[in-house]
Design a protein around this ligand. Structure first.
Ligand SMILES: [Zn+2]
Ligand SMILES: [Zn+2]
Length: 145
């Protein structure tokens, strides 16, 4: 299960620039080591619309909700031109999400009992999920792996 942490970031070339919050869900017990590694990867593979970032600190952690624990499915980044993305998959409910940049997928609440793996769809209620499964008509988004 992932736990949510809020990381504070700024652009490296703007020491007095804005510091923003970036919530991320991670599974390890050492969020700082994790974010430093993630940033190292991010900074060394910058795309033309991305800027070098510096990690400024950890704001808080929220142990309340369970969020999807997403990890990358594809090897090379997918897509073409400006629409490049990675496909992230939750190791708990197998939901897949397209991720542009390091964190824009944000957080997805994890409902392993209410996720149709065939359709890559999360049902917020048990009833909705049951209705869907009873119909037994599934359609998988074309981009899903
Ligand atoms: Zn999940
Ligand atoms: Zn389905």
């Amino acid at each position: 299960m992932g736990k949510e942490y809020i990381f504070l970031m700024r652009h490296t070339d703007e020491p007095r620039g804005e510091i923003w919050e970036e919530p991320m869900v991670i599974s390890g017990s050492d969020p700082i080591a994790w974010v430093e590694e993630a940033l190292k990867n991010f900074n060394s593979t910058l795309k033309s619309n991305e800027r070098h970032r510096t990690f400024m600190g950890l704001k808080e952690e929220d142990g309340g909700s369970t969020y999807c624990e997403l990890s990358k499915r594809n090897g090379m980044t997918l897509g073409d031109g400006l629409d490049t993305y990675d496909i992230m998959e939750c190791s708990n409910c197998y939901f897949q999400i397209k991720r542009h940049g390091i964190s824009s997928a944000g957080k997805v609440k994890c409902f392993p009992e209410q996720t149709c793996r065939s359709c890559n769809k999360i049902y917020k209620t048990e009833k909705g999920y049951q209705n869907h499964m009873n119909k037994d008509r599934h359609r998988r988004p074309v981009w899903c792996m």
